[in-house]
Design a protein around this ligand. Sequence first.
Ligand code: CP
Length: 306
Amino acid sequence: MIRNIVKSQQFNREFLAELFSIAREMEVIIKSGGSNMLAHKVMATLFYEPSTRTRLSFESAMRRLGGEVISTENAREFSSASKGETLEDTIRIVEGYADVIVIRHYESGAAERAAEIATIPIINAGDGAGQHPTQSLLDLYTIQKELGRIDGLSIAMVGDLANGRTARSLSYLLGKYDKITLYFVAPEVVKMKQDIKTYLKRHKVQFYEESNLREVSAKVDVIYQTRIQKERFGERIEDYEKARGKYIVNKKLLEVMKRKSIILHPLPRVDEIAPEVDADPRAAYFRQAQNGLYIRMALLKMLLLG
Ligand code: CP
């Protein structure tokens, strides 16, 4: 029984199989007009960083299951954090108004801090450059749905792997599967961090650091492209300029990719996937975002109804 969703290491394969099974049920529920299973339950969303997909899909998930939503968008500016209230105090207050709190914060580890003191479930919706566990759950669900399996796949993670919390969370999850091969393709200034590489070694996941995206694309089942996150560079504008535009998925890359492979991206994108790719059946990133609704409905059901 899982109480909080704070990091991808916490899940086991049994939990993942159950979650995916409930997510498939949620797809059916949506088609039949929704459900009232979470009637009288309240979800609070506390977002200290911008979001389109995560916040709106969580809010939609709650409403489609008959629950209510209270929300602070731009909490850094419009919540009492702007008056100096600590995260811990905010959580103590909000837990009196809600049954579950979904939090996105600019500091790595913030959701775990919240979970340590909260008396209701906490869901990490992204904590700085730390993790984004619910994104990795929907990423994995998408891979399973699109390719029919996870064990034995080769996956390229591309772009800002140092700051990309989605790539970090997905790496942790993939460490739970068999015969996975990972290729990290990142500009020099944003390479995958050592903590993830140590974890993968410990879990006997084969990984390679590569620089030629074209060569890698020809042999993988999944390209997981990510945005170079300008907002995480601070004053290091030169580093940002070195990293941006180095690895782009475009029509020329599609030519070398396997026929039965997919392109994922947590989104938002800037220029790292050319719009000309969108019409290709292997471009799965919009379907991936849609899957976020089903996975988040399933998570809310599991956390609130057991
Ligand atoms: N993928 C993702 O987290 O998107 P948002 O920032 O729009 O929530």
